[in-house]
Design a protein around this ligand. Structure first.
Ligand SMILES: [Zn+2]
Length: 287
């Protein structure tokens, strides 16, 4: 049986938002049509499809069901998906009444519709800053959308998460880039879950995005791991990138130049020519 009022999903709307609007328009209590929890929305797709008259595939596109672990979390890590905080763009939300799906990802702390920085619901903790790195967030959003089919996009997003987390937990007001103390305090709390502040992540993320795959990545990560030793409480290493391998030419110069005792012994031993070795060997034909 179809519900009396069935709103059309807004472009980019999240499943949680759509279910909430559906319940509200039909005077249903929150949680009646689908179960909303910290990890998202658990829906009976066939039942929801029957209630709305919308195809299951269209409804599934509102959620994160097809997305990989680097987005929705897996094996002890939350991925980029926000679990505790709720971010929003007051301008767009009040205009359409819908919450965008992209607002649920910590790697997208800006509104892709109007280009302004998101705020923590119901109020911003920091003054929203003008977002200058729009191209960075558009690139991240493109990779998020590719992640359902592209292994390369999944690996890149996973690496971006681990590198950004490492930089966040080791950041101070001057490293790896100048940042206000309040943002640093927020970033330092990044553990399994991203911090609540979209402004702080919006400041750090373009730096990490620029860093990956460049020659600067190794020295910056080495500095970060050196700083990590002083961090309390320690953060599980599984949440961080692998430490960069030390450069052999700088770490082991002695081993590379001084010959070993065996090499020295071989060098001193007089070499016998192949011809002499053949002559001294007893021959079967003479016996
Ligand atoms: Zn907006």
């Amino acid at each position: 049986m179809t519900l009396p009022v069935v709103p059309i999903p807004e472009p980019g709307e999240s499943l949680r938002s759509y279910v909430s609007r559906l319940e509200d328009r039909n005077n249903q209590r929150p949680g009646t049509l689908a179960r909303v929890h910290g990890g998202g929305v658990s829906a009976d797709w066939a039942h929801l499809s029957e209630l709305t008259g919308l195809p299951q595939q269209q409804l599934r596109c509102l959620g994160w069901g097809d997305y990989p672990g680097c987005i929705v979390g897996a094996r002890g890590s939350t991925g980029w998906r926000l679990r505790q905080a709720q971010w929003w763009c007051p301008t767009c939300q009040l205009l359409t009444g819908a919450w965008q799906r992209s607002w649920e990802l910590a790697c997208l702390p800006v509104c892709l519709s109007c280009g302004t920085a998101l705020s923590t619901y119901p109020a911003a903790e920091h003054e929203p800053e003008p977002v200058t790195a729009q191209s960075v967030f558009k690139d991240i959003w493109a990779r998020v959308r590719q992640s359902t089919t592209s292994r390369r996009a999944r690996q890149w997003l996973g690496r971006l998460l681990r590198v950004t987390r490492l930089l966040a937990v080791t950041a101070d007001t001057s490293w790896p880039q100048p940042m206000p103390a309040a943002m640093v305090t927020d970033l330092n709390t990044w553990g399994y879950h991203p911090p609540d502040s979209p402004a702080a992540i919006a400041r750090l993320l373009p730096f990490a995005h620029r860093l990956i795959g460049t020659s600067e990545e190794r020295p910056i990560l080495q500095s970060a791991f050196a700083r990590l030793e002083r961090r309390e409480p320690p953060i599980p290493r599984s949440l961080l990138p692998k430490p960069p391998r030390a450069n052999p030419t700088t770490t082991y110069p002695v081993l590379a130049t001084v010959p070993s005792a065996i090499d020295e012994q071989r060098r001193r031993r007089p070499r016998r020519s192949r011809r002499l070795r053949c002559q001294s060997r007893p021959s079967n034909s003479l016996r």
